[in-house]
Ligand binder design. Structure first.
Ligand code: SF4
Length: 204
């Protein structure tokens, strides 16, 4: 029987094995483009990626559905897409705590790109709670949004190649993001101006 620490090591190894392909900047996953680019960048380059980020990637990589690498003349990389195709539509289903009033922007970006990549005209987003409550949104594909998605993929690809960190993309996600401190916490040098002035260390 495995001890607790050995079992933990084994689980960590399993997760690492599933998410190690981080250095191939020629392939960008659609989910990385829909997410904050800065977060996706850190997930690729950090030596120690937080466990919650790894698990998120693992779940993302394990999702079922058809897989396709997309490339056209306007982008210097391949976009990796996964989609559940039913008849002539694409369905994107997500489990949520509470049903949303409107679809998540990231889901729209992913579904719209999948419609173009897999050559479909329309699709549906379905949000489902633990007890089976659900809400559905239908989506018709939009060329401008797909062009913007390709532009974001190119930005991430270029910044990864050049080792430059993408700009902050403020959103409600930041507060629970593993990289919050890297983006928002400034380490200021301690300076007690009053004491310095009283004791004459500093002149105005
Ligand atoms: S804290 Fe916000 S801006 Fe910074 S990486 Fe996370 S999601 Fe992006």
């Amino acid at each position: 029987m495995l001890g607790e620490s050995t079992l933990k090591d084994t689980v960590a190894k399993y997760i690492d094995r599933a998410v190690t392909k981080r250095d191939d900047y020629g392939i960008i996953q659609l989910e990385e483009v829909a997410d904050c680019l800065r977060r996706s960048y850190y997930n690729r380059v950090e030596d120690k990626v937080p466990m919650r980020e790894k698990i998120k990637r693992l779940i993302m990589n394990d999702s079922e559905g058809e897989v396709k690498e997309y490339k056209d003349d306007t982008i210097p990389l391949k976009i990796l897409a996964r989609a559940d195709i039913v008849d002539d539509s694409i369905i994107r289903m997500k489990q949520v705590g509470t049903l949303p009033d409107t679809p998540d922007a990231r889901d729209i970006i992913i579904l719209n790109a999948n419609l173009w990549i897999f050559g479909k005209e329309e699709g549906a987003l379905i949000y489902v709670t633990d007890d089976g409550e659900n809400i559905q949104f239908s989506l018709q594909r939009d060329k401008r949004l797909f062009d913007e998605t390709k532009r974001r993929a190119t930005v991430l690809h270029t910044l990864l190649k050049e080792g430059r960190v993408p700009i902050i993309e403020p959103s409600g996600e930041c507060i629970t993001c593993s990289y919050y401190e890297k983006c928002y916490v400034q380490h200021k040098k301690y300076e007690n101006t009053t004491l310095e002035r009283i004791f004459g260390f500093k002149r105005d």
